[in-house]
Design a protein around this ligand. Structure first.
Ligand SMILES: [Mn+2]
Length: 235
């Protein structure tokens, strides 16, 4: 299984062509793929807010999920994807997903309890009232404005800070509930988090700027961090 985090594909970053190449490389392997969020920078899955980049990615997921598992968990730059596009994926979750093997996939932005503006945005945007409001065009415009102004006013330091004690507490709570492994992105660095014997917690590095992805071996275990083009085709 291949894990991909934080591609931040966007015209702003000028990495759309490289991202298309990544999708081609993935399609040439036989691996299941799980996208750990912040794949497209950014993605408001409402009418009028999706572009060719979003459509191309969705088509890829739709096609490849017929050949392999393609999972997606939303990052803090993605909104309403699970609600609007669930059928394009094998699984698609606004928060976290636990698979049949007891592996938890999560972006990671909600772990830092001190990041109040991020948690508030999530709570507001994903509320029932907003779900109703965004069915109409003025509602959708307003929701998109709120989301955009959040990112414009945000201190970049908060997003990058790695809250070690909180990550540990978070994953141990999941281990206590029977989860065997936790894989996340978001923090823009590769980390293996200390875990009890037989359990795994890993922070997958961002693909953006590194070309790196995680590859979980057949029998499970920690993901090997590799460049995607080094994964043999049809493996
Ligand atoms: Mn993120």
């Amino acid at each position: 299984m291949i894990l991909i985090a934080d591609c931040h594909a966007s015209p702003r970053r000028g990495n759309e062509a490289e991202f298309a190449q990544l999708l081609d490389q993935l399609a040439r392997t036989r691996h299941d793929v799980v996208f750990l969020g912040d794949i497209l920078d950014f993605w408001i899955a409402l009418p009028g807010y999706e572009k060719e980049l979003h459509r191309h990615f969705l088509q890829w997921c739709q096609r490849e999920s017929g050949r392999r598992q393609v999972g997606f968990v939303e990052g803090n730059h993605e909104f309403f994807v699970a609600r609007q596009h669930a059928t394009a994926f094998s699984f698609c979750a606004p928060d976290e997903h636990v698979d049949g093997a007891g592996r938890l996939f999560i972006h990671g932005d909600t772990i830092n309890r001190a990041d109040r503006s991020q948690r508030l945005l999530r709570a507001v945007v994903k509320s029932r009232l907003i779900c109703w409001g965004e069915q109409v065009v003025p509602g959708a415009t307003w929701v998109a404005k709120v989301i955009k102004s959040h990112f414009e006013s945000r201190r970049p330091a908060m997003a990058k800070y790695y809250p070690e004690a909180q990550v540990r507490a978070f994953v141990h709570a999941w281990f206590a509930r029977g989860v065997k492994a936790v894989y996340m992105g978001h923090f823009h660095e590769a980390r293996v988090v200390e875990a009890p014997p037989g359990r795994i917690c890993q922070v997958v590095p961002p693909w953006c700027g590194t070309d790196l992805v995680g590859v979980i071996p057949e029998g499970g275990g920690p993901a090997e961090i590799r460049r995607c083009q080094e994964i043999p085709a049809e493996s």
